[in-house]
Design a binder for this molecule. Structure first.
Ligand code: MN
Length: 205
């Protein structure tokens, strides 16, 4: 890549983190400042963080264009294709955020406990008419993302669809779909440290 193009790419990555940084006091909060980690060379990463803030929710983040594009999913992901989970688009997060687990001080933006509930890589499975992958950025702009997650808890296809009422997170129909399994309720520990929310909270006090 030409050096000017590389600098431009870096600049856009930094400018996309302005909103993230402006919302936080990163002296008080242990959250990463970000902006140093390079985009993944091979497969992009995803993370789902359980966040016990004013309302408990799950933050679903996908690496797109060098940042983690993020949605807050109040009920967390479902494995049942018929269940559509509301996903509220929030500010882009730095790539470093994917492994952040800890306690954001009360009174700060997003104050509460954060757990890395699931992490892994994903494949973009949305294709153009010619069968070639459609760029993730284009899919995001068009409001129709289809990814195959390779997580520790979640596997298989998930779609994020933008509707007139906002974004929805939906399990795609495949062999990993299930109407019985509900990992949000049955797999409650951190995939990073094996800790419960209570243990993370206690360690952060
Ligand atoms: Mn959150």
């Amino acid at each position: 890549m030409a050096i000017t193009k590389r600098i431009k790419k870096k600049e856009s990555q930094i400018s996309r983190l302005k909103h993230y940084r402006s919302k936080r006091n990163l002296v008080q909060s242990p959250e990463p400042r970000g902006g140093k980690q390079k985009p993944s060379k091979k497969d992009p990463i995803f993370v789902i963080q359980k966040h016990d803030a004013s309302h408990l929710h799950y933050d679903f983040r996908l690496e797109i264009g060098g940042v983690l594009v993020s949605w807050a999913v109040p009920k967390g992901p479902s494995l049942t294709p018929a269940i559509k989970r509301l996903a509220i688009l929030t500010e882009d997060h730095p790539l470093e955020y994917a492994t952040f687990e800890g306690v954001i001080p009360q009174g700060s933006y997003g104050g509460g406990t954060v757990m890395v509930w699931d992490i892994g890589t994903f494949d973009n499975i949305k294709t153009n008419n010619n069968g070639k992958p459609r760029s993730l950025n284009t899919c995001f702009k068009e409001g129709r993302i289809e990814v195959f997650l390779h997580g520790k808890k979640l596997r298989g296809g998930f779609a994020l669809i933008k509707t007139s009422r906002g974004w929805l997170l939906i399990k795609m129909s495949d062999e990993y779909a299930s109407s019985r399994k509900n990992p949000v309720n049955t797999q409650k520990k951190s995939v990073l440290t094996g800790r419960t929310m209570r243990q993370i909270a206690a360690a952060g006090e």
